[in-house]
Design a protein around this ligand. Structure first.
Ligand SMILES: [Zn+2]
Length: 83
């Protein structure tokens, strides 16, 4: 089998018209900020770090700041993202 060129996927995305679309964009666009109406519920809620988008589960929102275990960035509650 012939080896694929290094930029093969970029080329495929280019001809499909997706060259400038980052894979993560749709995911990030679907997220919204935590607000004062956000509730965790009985089973907790998955929130996403505003810095690295790593998921984190919380069981209440009675906090003002939380530190991401993935990138170690401390963010205000309203900066965290939910689906
Ligand atoms: Zn993070």
């Amino acid at each position: 089998m012939k080896e694929l060129p290094k930029d093969f996927f970029e080329w495929v995305l280019d001809i499909m018209g997706f060259y400038n679309v980052k894979i993560d964009d749709d995911f990030v666009k679907g997220l919204k900020n935590v607000n004062r109406y956000t509730r965790a519920g009985k089973s907790g809620k998955v929130i996403y770090c505003p810095n690295c988008n790593a998921p984190e589960i919380v069981y209440n929102f009675s906090w003002a700041l939380a530190t991401c275990p993935s990138c170690d960035t401390t963010s205000y509650k309203h900066e965290w993202l939910i689906k």
